[in-house]
Design a protein around this ligand. Structure first.
Ligand SMILES: C[S@@+](CC[C@H](N)C(=O)[O-])C[C@H]1O[C@@H](n2cnc3c(N)ncnc32)[C@H](O)[C@@H]1O
Length: 228
């Protein structure tokens, strides 16, 4: 089973298979658009991946600069968002370097989904400093920051999935003044075999087994939107 790092380097198709089953009720876009009006905005997106978050706002904005450290993921995003190529620029950017690189871009909004959590975990020896750097970077890019991260997959109540993320979210709320909105983003799969295979590939063997034990085509999930 590949690591997440390998998935983002080589398996954009398998990642896409997962996220197209996520949030089958469309709660994430409904909440996002209630919280923020993207109309005519110039957006910087960090950790774009295959463009799942981009697809939620791209029709409304004037322009988007879609960044990720994986060119492989951006290639898939380019294909998924082919209808909007006239207003998207794709760029290889590391989350922690984004502030320096993009401060002069003149964006209204910076948004990220499920990418900063990876950066925090990769730098878990200094989570406070890493969150400072990420948040300061966003502030240099735009006046509005929207952070979308996990509050648990295959769980009954929303909760940070591990201690690194608990610390990350607590810092966002208590040190950096972000507000949080909790969204139910359940997955729906056509068959139990699909659910086990697709969830197991991304989240690991244990998740595959847990999904099999649940025996349901719907896998509960919670997502947090932090905004400031
Ligand atoms: C879970 S995926 C999320 C992708 C997309 N935002 C979505 O919602 O589907 C994480 C993405 O973050 C990217 N990523 C992880 N660490 C990164 C970093 N330090 N700098 C830039 N991108 C990073 C990965 O390459 C991957 O595309």
């Amino acid at each position: 089973m590949p690591s997440m790092f390998e998935i983002y380097l080589k398996h954009a198709d398998r990642y896409d298979e997962l996220v197209t089953r996520e949030d089958y009720k469309g709660n994430l876009p409904a909440t996002l658009h209630r919280l923020y009006d993207f109309t005519g905005k110039r957006v910087v997106e960090l950790g774009t991946g295959t463009g799942r978050v981009t697809a939620l706002y791209i029709d409304l904005v004037s322009e988007a600069l879609c960044c990720d450290r994986s060119v492989h993921m951006l290639q898939r995003a380019k294909e998924n968002l082919a209808a909007f190529t006239d207003k998207i620029v794709f760029k290889q950017v590391e989350n922690l370097g984004a502030g320096d690189l993009l401060a002069g871009y003149g964006a209204d909004t910076v948004i990220e989904g499920w990418a900063f959590g990876h950066t925090v975990s990769e730098h878990d020896a200094d989570i406070d400093g890493t969150v400072d750097a990420l948040v300061t970077g966003c502030r240099r890019i735009a006046g509005k920051t929207i952070i979308i991260e996990s509050l648990g997959t295959n769980v009954e109540i929303p909760s940070p999935p591990n201690n690194d993320l608990l610390q990350f979210y607590t810092l966002l709320e208590e040190k950096h003044g972000f507000s949080r909105e909790v969204v139910s983003t359940n997955y729906w799969f056509e068959t139990l075999e699909d659910a086990m295979r697709i969830m197991g590939f991304f989240f690991g063997e244990e998740m595959g087994k847990a999904v099999a034990e649940r025996g349901s085509l719907v896998i509960p999930e919670y997502t947090g939107i932090w905004y400031r």
